[in-house]
Write a protein that binds this ligand. Sequence first.
Ligand code: CMC
Length: 427
Amino acid sequence: MSNFAEITLEGKTYQLPIVIGTEGEKAIDITKLRDMTGYITLDSGYKNTGATKSAITFLDGDKGILRYRGYPIEQLAEKSSFLEVAFLLIYGYLPKAEELKKFVYEVTTHTLVNEDVKKIYSGFPVNAHPMGVLCALVSSLSAFYPIPTDIKNTEIVDLTIYRLLAKVPTLAAWTYKNSQGHPVNYPKNNLSYAANFLHMMFSLPVEDYEVNPVVADALDKLLILHADHEQNCSTSTVRLAGSSHVTLYAAIAAGISALWGPLHGGANQEVLEMLEAIRADGGNVKKYIEKAKDKNSGFRLMGFGHRVYKNFDPRAKIIKKACDDVLKALGVHDPILDIAQELEQAALNDSYFIERKLYPNVDFYSGIIYKAIGIPTNMFTVMFAIGRLPGWIAQWREMRLDGEPISRPRQIYIGEKQRDYVPIDQR
Ligand code: CMC
């Protein structure tokens, strides 16, 4: 195969290098295109644009493959832990026992946040959406823990990574407590990452609370499944914001904002609300399938479809099984699960969804597990953010260490040509 592509523009032929990834993905390197030809490329939504080279996550949407640093998601979900996966994503290799012990220790011993952070909560309305609050609080960490933006300062970078992984669950749980008008729970460092989060969420001063290990395991698995997903909307936002050399806290806050949207991480909240609405409407699944197919309805089947997966979402497969296991272990029968299964079957057999290759995505079943373990619906996307944190951090770190330039796309201007200002009385 030739190692360059040829492009002919206005009668002149140019050669552009071909780049091939370790899994055989092919790209045309257009870095010099504008300099050589005066042309740029146009690709709204970046459906054909590789924004970077990355060694973190590989996914093949046609085959339904997802691997972190080469390790299949199925193996990691079954055998690893969230903090081990975080280490793997960020530093690129599976840690030795001593390295993992140190990493877990560092993350565990940074879970407290500055007491003054608590004052910020009182400024928010109690019914504020937790994603808005979390975003503001993560941003505020750059005020409480100011850091230089020097990526070569390994000690500071690592400390910031520990702080973020440790403090985001504390901030998230406190956001929930604040919305309930309940006192916050301080972290308990003798608990695992997931168990500590559950303690901070659900423990009350008036009664004993013991973390159910089934619930903690399920949560840990969910976090692993969400930990990275290469250049999606929020991750690209983190990389883009980070490319201006803002602090890691600010870049992560930008990612949290991008994740919130209903077409991205916000879909998990929307899925559950949709399933509840179908139930309240008599459980008529067919009606909602028809509505999703009607372009004038403005309704989409939430939790269905994916920009990259056009066969199945491997995370959805694992989550569906985890959902069955958790509900069984907790002895919960949720009629919402029946509706979800009916909806899935109806969609998978409908030509509209088949032709467009729309399958359940990671968000379709995750909400049912969250609901079963007591997480309120408006916290679902916050759970996604906690899970995605290592991925965002890993991608930010890779981008900075690779010395990527500031991200600055171009555009094709389609507005008015030059015209003269018209005084207000003559318009
Ligand atoms: N329900 C009904 N129709 C759909 C859906 C859906 N959920 N998703 C896509 N379509 C249709 C869409 O109308 C279009 O039809 P046509 O070709 O006739 O115009 C076709 O399928 C292609 O859709 P698209 O919007 O061009 O595809 P995209 O790659 O730009 O969007 C998506 C991907 C995930 C935004 C979209 O499938 C969607 O909105 N899904 C529902 C929201 C959702 O579940 N999001 C979570 C994604 S997974 C978690 C994450 O990583 O964020």
